[in-house]
Design a protein around this ligand. Sequence first.
Ligand code: MD3
Ligand code: FE
Length: 214
Amino acid sequence: MSSLYHHLAPGFVERLGAGFAFLPRFAEHVAPELVEAVGAIAACAPFRRMETPGGRRMSVAMTNCGACGWVSGRSGYRYATADPHTGAPWPAMPELFSRLAAGAAERAGFSCFDPDVCLINRYEVGSRLTLHRDSDELDFSAPIVSISLGLPALFQWGGHSRSDGTLQLELRHGDALVWGGVDRLRYHGVLPLRDGDHPLLGRCRVNLTFRKAG
Ligand code: MD3
Ligand code: FE
């Protein structure tokens, strides 16, 4: 599907649903700065593979920046103002991150998006995210903005019921997605990362998701 889009210049917006927009290469021009900022964040709040409420270890490693961060553990999923790993507040969200997220949201028709969380997911070869919905936020009127970096991934998205069929979209370095309105609670996931070697990130993929949690 995305092979139709990736030759297009940044600035192109593909509206795939009333509240779902695909912005190929939206963040490509600032990707090196984003990668550097992720390194600085991870130096303070290290990537860790969190435990699910069911006691399994996720294959994706995560960290956060912003006023709060998404955490998972035996007691469930929640947003926390401190990193349970260090006890310290999460690193501040870089200006570049919030500006970029607001810009992507604006392009998709959501004005004044002011995220308080950036969840950072790191996929190694074989890491995946099973089909789920993002429903731990208090305010579903705000969209979620995602930015992909590094190796390409097959993203799958479905409907409002787990059993609805899914479509696939390949997400590449610099691509942005915006989900809001009626599409905000769709099921989605990421298939196991295929091996490759990315010039900036090597054998991994990093995804930033910007949220309004509180
Ligand atoms: C559709 N991340 O962190 S980003 C997640 O590539 C997550 O790491 C994936 O799903 C990743 O929760 C997918 C695209 C995305 C993010 C949030 C959504 C799609 C979404 C929220 C609602 C619907
Ligand atoms: Fe999600």
